[in-house]
Design a protein around this ligand. Structure first.
Ligand code: SF4
Length: 285
C-alpha cells in the first residue's frame, strides 16, 4: 500500500489506536522511511520491545527531514490503558536519554504517573498536558460537555481534508476524527491514491464544509474554524461588533432591498450586478 503514495506524502503511524499493537508496524515504519517518505510516529510504546525501539531510533533521523516523534505518557489516574512494568520503564528511560529529538511528551489526565514523572523530571523534557479530545463528538468524555455545532462555512486547521487515515484493511477515512467510520474515501488496498483524492465522498465533504448549515462531522470538531460572517458571529463575544455583524446578517438574509440600498449609499457605491444572494457577497462587505 505504501508504494501507492507519492514520495513527498508524509506517513503518520498513529490514527485511531497504538500503531505497535500491529505486530508488523515496526517493519512498515522502517519500510516507509526506506522508500523516502517523511514519517511521524505517535506512540505510547505499548507493543514495542527495547530492541525494536533501538532499531527505529538508529534508523530514522527523528527531528530531521520532517520526521517527527510524539510520545503519549500515562496519567496517574489510570485513564489510559498502559501496562507500566519494568520493561516499559526501561524503554522510556532509554528513549528519554537517547539523545534523539522527541517533539513532545504529553498526557491527558491531571497528573503524570509517579514513576514516569520521576524519569521525565531527570531529563530536559517538560511533558505537556493535553485535555482529552471528544473526536468531533464521536466520544463522550466524563465531565466534558458535548461540542456545540458550528454554523457557517468552515475550514480545517490541520488537515484541510487531506489527513486521510488508512486502516489495516485499506479502508481510507477522511481524518482521525471519524471514529464512526462515516466518511470512507475508498480503500487504498484496491484504489489508487488519485482515485481516493478524486472520490465523491471527499468532494461532498468539501462542499458541505463550504455550506452554512449542512450536517457534517467538522461542525463539532475543534480543528475547524469559521470563514464567513455566520460562523464569525457565533465565535464573537457580545458587544458592539457582534450587534453590527448580527444586523448585517439579518439584512442580508431577510431584507435584500434594504441591504442593497445601504450598500449603494455606503462606500461601495455602484451597481450591484450579482442578483443572487450568496455568502461570498456578504464576505466582501
Ligand atoms: S475539521 Fe475536524 S473532522 Fe473536519 S476534516 Fe478537519 S479534523 Fe477532520
Amino acid at each position: 500500500m505504501i508504494d501507492k503514495f507519492p514520495r513527498e506524502v508524509v506517513i503518520d503511524f498513529a490514527g485511531m489506536s497504538e500503531p505497535f499493537l500491529n505486530t508488523e508496524a515496526v517493519e512498515m515504519l522502517l519500510y516507509a522511511h526506506r522508500m523516502g517518505h517523511p514519517v511521524c510516529l505517535y506512540t505510547t510504546l505499548m507493543g514495542l520491545t527495547l530492541n525494536d525501539l533501538k532499531k527505529i531510533l538508529t534508523t530514522i533521523p527523528f527531528g530531521k527531514k520532517k520526521n517527527t516523534l510524539v510520545v503519549h505518557l500515562p496519567s496517574d489516574n489510570g485513564e489510559e490503558h498502559f501496562i507500566i512494568n519494568d520493561e516499559y520503564l526501561k524503554m522510556l528511560e532509554f528513549l528519554v536519554f537517547s539523545g534523539v529529538k522527541i517533539n513532545d511528551f504529553h498526557y491527558h489526565g491531571k497528573k503524570l504517573e509517579a514513576r514516569v514523572a520521576e524519569i521525565l523530571e531527570r531529563s530536559k523534557y517538560k511533558p505537556i498536558y493535553c485535555p482529552p479530545m471528544p473526536r468531533a463528538g464521536n466520544i463522550q468524555i466524563k465531565g466534558m460537555a458535548a461540542p456545540k455545532k458550528k454554523r457557517g462555512k468552515l475550514a480545517c486547521q490541520i488537515f484541510d481534508g487531506k489527513g486521510f487515515v488508512v486502516l489495516p484493511d485499506g479502508t481510507t477515512l477522511m481524518c482521525c476524527m471519524d471514529y464512526g467510520l462515516d466518511y470512507v474515501m475508498g480503500n487504498l488496498d484496491r484504489d489508487t491514491f488519485e482515485n481516493v483524492l478524486n472520490n465523491e465522498v471527499y468532494r461532498e465533504v468539501k462542499r458541505k464544509m463550504k455550506s452554512n448549515y449542512e450536517d457534517i462531522i467538522c461542525r463539532c470538531c475543534h480543528f475547524s474554524y469559521a470563514i464567513n460572517g455566520l460562523g464569525k458571529f457565533d465565535e464573537m463575544k457580545w458587544g458592539k461588533k457582534k450587534i453590527i455583524l448580527g444586523l448585517k446578517l439579518l439584512m442580508f438574509n431577510h431584507c435584500g432591498i434594504l441591504y442593497r440600498w445601504l450598500r449603494r449609499i455606503g462606500r461601495e457605491v455602484g451597481i450591484l450586478e450579482r442578483r443572487q444572494k450568496t455568502d461570498d457577497e456578504f464576505l466582501r462587505l
